[in-house]
Design a protein around this ligand. Structure first.
Ligand SMILES: Nc1nc2c(c(=O)[nH]1)N[C@H]1C(S)=C(S)[C@@H](COP(=O)(O)O)O[C@H]1N2
Ligand SMILES: [Mo]
Length: 252
């Protein structure tokens, strides 16, 4: 399994550089590779799909009756508990870092932004999937509102939870590049299946980045930061699980 993952990752990296390097001709090349890939895994093939392609969407009837909750399901951090006790009335999403106009928005203010709803399949690296409906604002909308500085290359999501539930534990974080940040299905969701996002699924706000595996979908977002590099954050690999060996780009 590890060798296969390594192979598919290496192939994807190679193809991504070919695709971005020289347009038309390389597109035919990638088509060839796509055909050659018939014997490879589903993941290897899907990694050849252009980065801006849409993730499949589903019908209401296909929504999982029991969407699994994974990782943190009820953060113990005292700042989170205080906000939760008050129904998140005091919550503010901060968007700062390499932006012209830092934002600090309450949930009510967030909900005045244009909302989008999508029904997608969540794919956890542990091998399970669930289909759910998510409603929220496109991340791009907020990034444009704040105005990214030209040096900004990645968007980092700082979360409330530490997986060991200790007050001083390392808190969850994640990062994505601007292609995924501006992808039309990348949203900050406040509703799930037509109801306020429940605590086990990341209340009050979580990321949906539909072309990537589950661990990239940061729950319990506290702060969003635009950065040039994430080398100085956490242990430097771009995410809580990346710091523990997972791949940074987890395309599906
Ligand atoms: N803040 C935070 N975000 C997180 C996690 C977490 O533990 N903490 N777990 C990740 C993993 S591995 C998965 S599969 C999904 C689970 O989302 P769900 O609980 O809505 O199924 O959240 C991801 N985002
Ligand atoms: Mo996961």
């Amino acid at each position: 399994m590890n060798r296969r993952r390594w192979l598919t990752g290496a192939l994807a990296t190679a193809m991504a550089s070919v695709v971005s390097a020289c347009g038309e001709a390389s597109w035919r090349l990638s088509e060839q590779a796509r055909r050659m890939g018939e014997g490879l895994t589903r993941r290897a093939q899907r990694l050849l799909i252009p980065r801006d392609a849409l993730a499949p969407t589903y019908s209401r009837a296909e929504i999982s009756p029991d969407f699994r909750a994974n990782g943190s399901i009820d953060p113990a951090a005292s700042d989170y508990r205080a906000l939760k006790a008050d129904g998140f009335a005091g919550y503010r999403l901060v968007l700062d870092g390499l932006v012209e106009r830092p934002l600090s928005l309450s949930l009510a203010e967030l909900r005045t932004r244009p909302a989008q709803t999508q029904i997608t399949k969540h794919d956890c690296v542990e091998g399970w999937t669930s289909i759910g409906e998510w409603t929220g604002v496109r991340l791009e909308t907020l990034l444009d509102e704040a105005g990214l500085k030209p040096e900004a290359r990645y968007i980092v999501f700082h979360c409330f939870d530490a997986l060991d539930q200790r007050e001083d534990g390392e808190r969850y974080y994640e990062s994505i590049d601007l292609i995924d940040a501006r992808h039309p299905q990348t949203i900050l969701a406040w509703d799930m299946n037509g109801e306020t996002l429940p605590v086990p699924h990341g209340a009050p706000l979580r990321l949906r980045v539909e072309r990537q595996l589950g661990y990239k979908h940061a729950k319990y977002i506290r702060r969003i930061e635009a950065v040039e590099s994430f080398a100085h954050i956490g242990r430097g690999k771009g995410g809580y699980w990346e710091d523990r060996g997972y791949e940074w780009y987890a395309g599906i």
